[in-house]
Design a protein around this ligand. Structure first.
Ligand SMILES: Cc1ncc(COP(=O)(O)O)c(C=O)c1O
Length: 382
């Protein structure tokens, strides 16, 4: 049995492996093919063996929020008051709730395109106005256009910036200098910041993640931090995340959406996230080494020449944002590669207009599978 078939035979409930026909290797949605931390498996197995799956108790949620808060101090040197945290089902739901409770219809919301598609949907579907601040590609990195950001922030009715940090799909890990400038601009123009930091653990040295809430004590009250253990620890199917508010006032505005509409968070998911954050770091460390080696393999592959394919190695995330504009797949890389290479990437245009001619490759897989994906892409582009 090939490794792909082996994974597929085990992962019969994950959309990553179930969406496309058997002969297609999936490299799209951000799930990993690298298993889960034994501490998570142990936690969940114990609950099942003990028949311990009753309604959640408050202590489970409190321990989960404390684990988040402790982690932000230990890993990122950022104290975040657990009393201002709230467990939530998923980050995308929290983004939608934040937009509907913290802004008004017709308000402008800034996003930095190309961007994780639900950012665009959350603005468009709630009747807010999309204010795009495209990242600018230089030779070896992606930069924020700060002049344009300031112009957008200064426009009447711009009230929120949806910051993706680290950034999906480019893999940029923003520096202190960049984050300080963003905070200064948002402070000057009274723009709140929702910082989606779901990729905060997947960062490759020498880059390091800096929580936006740590950037400026004066501005921290205007920051809503969202994250979860689901990306770093490969448990997205459990559905569990956290929202942290810079002030009690923001939290109570968000809580205007009734808790029954927000939904309650499953006990196994909170226990799994708590185990991950408190006991999962040795697994994370070895997984990061695999991800870094995969990232470097893509870099060598592109450097050796692949019929016009270009990319800038990501500083974080396990996503490679591939530029097919000078290849024969330029018109629609995702469709071309699905058809000719039997590899499923994420379509670039889903990430906004700057994504036309691009596609996103999820490289969180076994090195052998990544090798096969790259070979297939090369053969198709030849
Ligand atoms: C930046 C970003 N935010 C949110 C999510 C999804 O989070 P959730 O499953 O908690 O909605 C993803 C998933 O890839 C992501 O990349």
């Amino acid at each position: 049995m090939s490794i792909e078939d082996e994974i597929r035979s085990k992962r019969t409930t994950s959309t990553k492996w179930m969406k496309y026909p058997q002969d297609v290797i999936p490299a799209w949605i951000a799930d990993m093919d690298l298993g889960i931390a034994p501490v998570i498996a142990q936690e969940l197995t114990e609950r099942i063996e003990n028949g311990d799956l009753g309604y959640p108790c408050a202590e489970v949620e409190a321990r989960f929020i404390d684990a988040f808060s402790d982690r932000y101090i230990e890993r990122f040197n950022t104290p975040l008051d657990p009393a201002l945290g709230l467990a939530s089902t998923d980050v995308v739901q929290s983004i939608f709730i934040a937009i509907t409770t913290l802004t008004d219809p017709g308000d402008g919301v800034i996003v930095q395109t190309p961007i994780y598609p639900p950012f665009l949907q959350s603005v468009n579907d709630t009747g807010r106005i999309l204010r795009e601040n495209p990242l600018v590609r230089s030779d070896d990195t992606w930069e924020i256009n700060l002049e344009e950001l300031e112009l957008l922030a200064s426009e009447a009715r711009t009230t929120l910036l949806l910051l993706c940090s680290p950034h999906n799909p480019t893999g940029r890990v923003f520096t202190q200098t960049e984050l300080v400038k963003i905070a200064e601009i948002c402070d000057k123009h009274n723009v709140l910041v929702v910082a989606d930091e779901i990729h905060c653990d997947i960062v490759y040295e020498p880059s390091y993640h800096i929580p936006f809430a740590s950037i400026s004590p004066e501005f921290a009250a205007n920051v809503i931090t969202m994250t979860s253990a689901t990306k770093s620890f490969n448990i997205a199917g459990l559905r569990c995340s956290i929202v942290h508010f810079g002030s009690a006032e923001l939290k109570s505005r968000y809580e205007a959406v009734d808790s029954h509409l927000r939904g309650s968070i499953s006990t196994p998911s909170m226990l799994a996230a708590t185990a991950a954050w408190t006991k999962g770091d040795s697994w994370l460390k070895s997984t990061l080494a695999t991800l870094k080696a995969n990232r470097d393999a893509i870099t060598s592959f592109v450097e050796q020449g692949c019929f016009g394919l270009r990319y800038i190695p990501p500083q974080g995330t396990y996503l490679a944002w591939l530029d097919f504009r000078d290849t024969k797949a330029a018109e629609s890389p995702q469709e071309f590669l699905l058809d000719k290479a039997r590899v499923a990437l994420s379509p670039g245009p889903d990430f906004g207009t700057p994504g036309v001619g691009w596609a996103r490759l999820n490289f969180a897989t076994k090195p052998e599978i990544l090798g096969e994906i790259l070979n297939r892409i090369k053969r198709a582009l030849a």
